[in-house]
Design a protein around this ligand. Structure first.
Ligand code: CO
Length: 495
């Protein structure tokens, strides 16, 4: 039987676990760049928690008071929280992209955003302007000695891991060409057969069109691209994330149509011209990572998917765990994202898909109706069967709402643990950090940045992963706008 344990009492609010005005304060720009040891700490930082948590997300939600239309259009800002001998250091820097520098110099928006941000002057000022601003705001990874800020539609930016100073665009030693895409969702295969069991980083690039090209890149531990192959799949594809197993890269292609006319005419952002066709099934795409087996495409009723938790092969079946929406959550043209009516939108929900690649059969299963996003697993379980999945979740067990809690799913027992920061706290993507040298899958900590809408400040909460109880709350001196993705590395830099 499945059970849910609430670690905190429910909110005092009778119908909602949050106040919309408190939530919306998490989308204020953070103008300042900080650099300090965190000294306001509740609890104790585990002494064996050692390394750096990197986070990326939109740091600027306006340029000189002119607001971006959607947070996804905000300039990337990277935070580094370094844990060393029971202490923690905070640092944040904007990714000094060409567009960031130009707009800060001009004091106004110079580029249109993919998600609807427009230059001033109405549609005429935006007509036929298809220049992209690489905003480097989606993820940040440390791999092969490089710290890379990622944005899926263009090249990575390389940063100095000690200072977070922007060093420039990175072309992976000439593999990428100027303007090449490189997705913001790399997966680390913890034990790659083609790398003698060493880890390798797997990522992809999408070139959408009438047929879409998917390129797979695999990088060895030194950061060198050791495998690269491209495949054409039918139809326009809007794909943000993927999953890997030892043998496959797996993509879910939602049925979407793209009408570029309003974009070219300067009325809408390119991302606003995508319509999800909920009357048509999605397609699961299985691209072999090596060998000559053909690409397989299997229709699946899956709604819209931003993120996958994990995938694995077991007993002749292939499993994919994903967060599915019945409809793409979108901001209506002209609507203010800060006035979003959460309850009117479909929640993201955890599903498990069981595929039989021989018979092309798929069995989808809704695991939990609770609204959730940003699922993660133990880094050593990526592509392998995992017992635990951690994700951001709504406080309430049903309905759509902001993420205020961290949920731990135990696939073996069906148990779920929930730690909630409601009513004032709003969580970000959880990151699981294993305790060094432990072989127990949940022996470690779950780190999450929590924005407190009442105090208008953020804190880094360290949860004990087995119990999902906080062991330390590190209060920052300021807020950090809601971020997207990040990663942990056991290295410490510049402290
Ligand atoms: Co993502």
């Amino acid at each position: 039987m499945q059970s849910t344990q609430l670690n905190q009492p429910a909110s005092t609010s009778p119908d909602r676990s949050y106040h919309l005005d408190e939530w919306s304060k998490g989308y204020r720009s953070l103008q300042e760049e900080h650099d300090y040891w965190i000294d306001d700490i509740e609890g104790q930082i585990p002494p064996d928690l050692h390394g750096t948590l990197f986070r990326n997300g939109p740091g600027l939600l306006d340029i000189n008071g002119q607001r971006v239309r959607h947070p996804f259009d905000g300039d990337g800002m990277v935070c580094a929280i370094t844990f060393q001998e029971g202490r923690a250091h905070f640092r944040n820097r904007f990714v000094k992209t060409q567009g960031y520098l130009e707009e800060q110099e001009a004091g106004k928006i110079l580029y249109r955003g993919v998600f609807g941000t427009q230059k001033v002057g109405g549609w005429l000022a935006n007509l036929l302007d298809t220049r992209l601003k690489n905003i480097a705001n989606t993820n940040v990874i440390y791999w092969g000695g490089k710290l890379l800020a990622l944005w899926e539609a263009a090249e990575p930016h390389r940063l100095d891991p000690a200072t977070l100073e922007t060093l420039g665009l990175d072309y992976l030693d000439g593999t990428l060409k100027p303007g090449s895409a490189f997705a913001a969702h790399p997966r680390v295969d913890p034990s790659c057969a083609l790398e003698d069991g060493n880890p390798c980083l797997v990522n992809f690039a999408i070139k959408p069109g009438l047929s879409t090209s998917i390129t797979i890149y695999e990088l060895d531990g030194s950061g060198k691209v050791v495998r690269q192959h491209s495949h054409a799949v039918p139809g326009f594809a809007f794909i943000h994330d993927f999953a890997i197993t030892p043998n496959y890269c797996i993509f879910f292609q939602s049925a979407v149509s793209f009408n570029p006319l309003p974009y070219l005419l300067g009325w809408k952002g390119a991302g606003e011209c995508i319509t999800v066709r909920s009357d048509q099934p999605s397609r699961a795409i299985f691209i072999p990572r090596h060998g000559s087996e053909p690409v397989q495409i299997i229709p699946v009723e899956a709604g819209f998917i931003f993120h996958h938790a994990n995938a694995f092969e077991q007993d002749g079946k292939l499993y994919v765990d994903s967060i599915c929406y019945a409809q793409l959550p979108s901001v209506e043209p002209g609507a203010d994202y800060l006035a979003v009516k959460f309850e009117k939108l479909d929640p993201g929900q955890l599903w498990r898909f069981q595929f039989d690649l021989k018979t092309q059969q798929v069995v989808p299963q809704l695991v939990d109706p609770r609204c959730c996003e940003f699922p993660v697993v133990h880094p050593d379980r990526v592509g392998r069967p995992n017992r635990y999945t951690y994700m951001g979740a709504a406080h309430a067990p049903s309905g759509n709402a902001p993420l205020q809690a961290i949920l731990k799913q135990d696939w073996e027992t069906g148990d779920r643990l929930l730690w909630s920061a409601a009513p004032h706290g709003f969580v970000s993507e959880p990151v699981f950090v294993p305790r060094p040298n432990s072989t127990i899958e949940d022996d470690g900590w779950v780190l999450t940045l929590v924005f407190d809408g009442q105090q208008e400040r953020s804190e880094l909460v360290i949860l004990d992963a087995p119990t999902l109880q906080p062991v330390a709350r590190l209060k920052l001196k300021h807020h950090v706008p809601y971020g997207l993705h990040g990663s942990f590395t056991p290295h410490c830099f510049g402290v």
